[in-house]
Design a binder for this molecule. Structure first.
Ligand code: BTN
Length: 333
């Protein structure tokens, strides 16, 4: 149900950079100009800066740099029936919050975004650095009711869709490092953590978590992270519109999920993999269960497992693990 702030934002964003008259907004909402002024104050406190002139009305000068629910909802172009979004200041982990809300019966799909996480998690039990610094901490919850074996390539498929969205939105060239890293020239800008609860041979709850460095200066992070991490704004050289990008990402993720569930993704998967995979033909090491396996990447199997050819020509498949690139010796595929 759109609130007055949604209606006002939709008008201002649609007409940006032009003016929208206070009188027109008042008529549209059936309220007084004073009421419009009060709604504008609420939007200002969320981070909007407006130009206001008695004769012309309002126009947007600056947009919030941190998550704002009405801004995201107003700019969402894909909205499945029943979809909802919650933005919180702080939570332990948006994946955990989404999982708790699924457990409490909240209708799926829904998205949870936090300005900061106190216990942000990455794969393999790692900490995900989650200050309130202009980066995105997003989880989207689904109830797929699919057999677990259908989910093998899910994280890769979603990562590829995130890469393509970023490439189109920000005119950048991301790469996907199997299984879940979004990189720019070897530096990590994002990661995906997919978690599922399985019930009687079907996936009951699925939480897709995305951490994406959007506007943080990596120089403000702990040194080890600062050297390996990068944010989109460092790549583009200018801050990005956080809420517009977040709305575009959520839309793409919702569409990609639906295609995956419908089984309508294999051809696009192959095309996207060809474009964004950064490991093809590379010599790498996979760390899995405490063992290190070195070989040349030979592709993926149907379930998204990585195929690695060792020096004796044997090919092994890895469903999980941590990949490191061996000293940049690129081998033929
Ligand atoms: C990784 O690269 O290991 C995955 C990182 C995933 C981080 C995101 S941030 C939003 C969601 N909440 C979490 O606690 N983790 C994911």
């Amino acid at each position: 149900m759109p609130t007055p702030e949604h209606v006002i934002l939709r008008e201002l964003i649609t007409h940006d950079p032009d003016w929208v008259s206070g009188g027109d907004l008042a008529t549209k909402l059936g309220v007084s100009r004073v009421a419009i002024w009060q709604h504008m104050e609420k939007l200002r406190s969320a981070g909007y800066v407006f130009a206001a002139q008695r004769a012309r009305g309002y126009r947007i000068l600056e947009r919030p740099s941190s998550p704002h629910a009405a801004s995201i909802e107003t700019q969402l172009k894909v909205r499945p029936r029943g979809f909802s979004l919650v933005v919180v200041d702080e939570t332990d982990s948006t994946n955990d919050e989404a999982s708790r809300q699924l457990g409490a019966g909240r209708p799926a799909p829904f998205a949870v975004i936090a300005r900061r996480q106190t216990d942000g998690r990455g794969r393999l039990g790692r900490v995900w650095h989650s200050e309130a610094n202009g980066n995105l901490y997003l989880s989207i919850a689904f109830r797929p009711r699919l057999p677990p074996e259908r989910m093998g390539a899910f994280t890769l498929w979603m990562g590829l869709n995130v890469c393509e969205l970023l490439a189109n939105f920000a005119k950048v060239t991301p790469g996907l490092k199997w299984p879940n890293d979004i990189l720019f020239d070897g530096r990590k800008a994002g990661g995906i953590l997919t978690e599922a609860r399985i019930d009687a041979d079907e996936i009951r709850d699925l939480v897709f978590g995305l951490g994406l460095n959007i506007n943080s200066p990596a120089t403000g992070w702990p040194t080890d992270l600062g050297q390996r991490a990068v944010s989109l704004s460092e790549i583009t050289g200018a801050p990005l519109d956080f809420n517009r990008l977040t709305a575009a990402l959520i839309g793409r993720i919702l569409l990609a999920y639906q295609k995956f569930v419908d089984g309508d993704y294999t051809k696009t998967f192959a095309d996207l993999w060809h474009t964004y995979d950064i490991l093809r033909g590379r010599e790498i090491a996979v760390l899995e269960g405490g063992r290190r396996h070195v070989g040349t990447v030979a592709g993926l199997d149907d379930e998204g497992a990585l195929l690695l050819r060792d020096s004796s020509g044997r090919t092994a498949r890895y469903r999980a693990g941590e990949v490191t690139l061996e000293k940049s010796r690129s081998l033929a595929p």
